[in-house]
Design a protein around this ligand. Structure first.
Ligand code: GLU
Length: 448
């Protein structure tokens, strides 16, 4: 699909001219703009005030040096990023990613997605994202700590509980958040809820760890039910084995599904008896080992080298929970050929545009990440509320709020799609509903 509306087309062309090499960022923007044609045509203010031209430009992008000393005494240097994309509806909010593939394009695509995702949660959070090309794989605890401290030595001057509240993403979990928080507190000499995903002993929220995976399943369940289906008795394939994938496994198993395949960046496992999330949790979170070691626990399972083949495993429901552009057209075609009924995104932008076209074209259910993986950041919002109120809710309270938020997001997307003549198109509905909230706030706040 290409843009027909002259205003949106000119915004996209201008963006391409200025950021031609930022392919992930341009992909994320184009995907949103394609849904906004009926919206800008229905209300001339978006064009008059150039809301779209402003929303695609980050308010601020910070790029910094991160020097640290490895265990051999060698001085290493990485590049740090924080893109503060949009603060119309709240402080910048979004995770930090540590992965060798991180560059400005990746952080901008993630920050851009975060604007609409955060708006969909209904909580007052703007959009931002950050990270570094540091590779945590194979690093010792000491190296991770020294890197995180050095990263915070610069980041602390740009963030704060009412300014910008980072959290985890790929490569940043409880351990890294702890080191980042400790350094922030030391530098500022103040205890605040400046990061989310904190440990439970120092201000973290119960259910934050599980939230993205649980939220994905609550969302998928709502969409499945709306289409006369459920997880009950379904074969589920989940790519990835990080935080999102592990807890998506736990929740969809509780909802009656059977998870038969999971992966990491080396390969995937297939276990026809169903993969117990606790085993993956031990392999990944305790041992920090490769998914291949699943065979030590379940010798009857199968391991296949290379992760992209996971979509050829016959399933009813696919939950891509690994990383961007992991499910391409070929993967989508394999899913369709095997009778899959729905693809629900758990990672950020895991499906390529061609894959989405194939999935939707074949009539499968599809949910975009900015809606279906919003449970993590939504629960970060609940962590912020608990921190500023100096209170803490029980697991059940947070989980119930999360479920409520995810069902609300599904309804908001479905309603927006219907209102703009695209009934059932949850992808378009998510873009429209997220955009309308932020755009309305920007209209109120003038040209700034
Ligand atoms: N990294 C997560 C996301 O992509 C969570 C961000 C947060 O909790 O701030 O939404």
């Amino acid at each position: 699909m290409s843009l027909k509306n002259a205003y949106l087309k000119s915004v996209m062309e201008g963006l391409k001219a200025r950021n031609g090499h930022e392919k992930e960022f341009l992909q994320a923007v184009e995907e949103v703009l394609e849904s906004l044609e009926p919206v800008v045509e229905a209300d001339p203010r978006y064009e008059q005030q150039n809301i779209v031209g402003r929303i695609v430009e980050p308010e601020r992008a910070i790029l910094f040096r991160v020097p640290w000393v490895d265990d051999n005494g060698v001085v290493q240097v990485n590049r740090g990023y924080r893109v503060q994309f949009n603060s119309a509806i709240g402080p910048y909010k979004g995770g930090l990613r540590l992965h060798p593939t991180v560059n400005l394009s990746v952080i901008k695509f993630l920050g851009f997605e975060q604007i609409f995702k955060n708006a969909l949660t209904t909580l007052p959070m703007g959009g931002g994202k950050g990270g570094s090309d540091f590779d945590p794989k194979g690093k010792s605890d000491g190296e991770i700590m020294r890197f995180c401290q050095s990263f915070m030595n610069e980041l602390y001057r740009h963030i704060g509980p009412d300014t910008d509240v980072p959290a985890g993403d790929i490569g940043v979990g409880a351990r890294e958040i702890g080191y980042l928080f400790g350094q922030y507190k030391k530098l500022r000499n103040e205890w605040t809820g400046v990061l989310t995903g904190k440990g439970l002993s120092y201000g973290g929220s119960l259910a934050r760890t599980e939230a993205t995976g649980f939220g994905l399943c609550y969302f998928a369940d709502a969409q499945l039910h709306d289409n006369g289906q459920s997880f009950e008795g379904k074969r589920v394939v989940i790519s990835g084995s990080g935080n999102v994938a592990i807890y998506a496994n736990q929740k969809c198993t509780q909802l009656g599904g059977k998870v038969i395949a999971m992966s990491d960046s080396n390969g995937y496992i297939v276990d026809e008896n169903g993969i117990d999330y606790k085993v993956i949790q031990e392999i990944k979170e305790v041992k920090r080992a490769r998914i291949k070691t699943y065979l030590d626990y379940v010798p009857t399972a199968k391991y296949v080298e290379g992760c992209s083949g996971i979509w050829t495993v016959a399933c009813d429901i696919a939950l891509p929970c690994a990383t961007q552009n992991e499910l391409d057209e070929e993967g989508a075609k394999a899913l369709i050929a095997n009778g899959c009924i729905g693809v629900f995104e758990g990672a950020n932008m895991p499906c390529t545009p061609e894959a989405i076209t194939a999935i939707k074209g074949a009539g499968l259910m599809f949910s975009p990440a900015k809606a279906s993986n919003a449970g993590g950041v939504a629960t970060s919002g609940l962590e912020m509320s608990q921190n500023s109120g100096r209170i803490s809710w029980t697991f059940e309270e947070v989980d119930a709020k999360l479920k409520n938020i995810m069902e609300g997001i599904y309804k908001a997307c479905a309603d927006a799609a219907e209102k703009y003549g695209m009934k059932g198109d949850i992808q378009a509905g998510a873009n429209i509903a997220g955009f309308l909230k932020v755009a309305d706030a920007m209209l109120w706040q003038g040209i700034c």
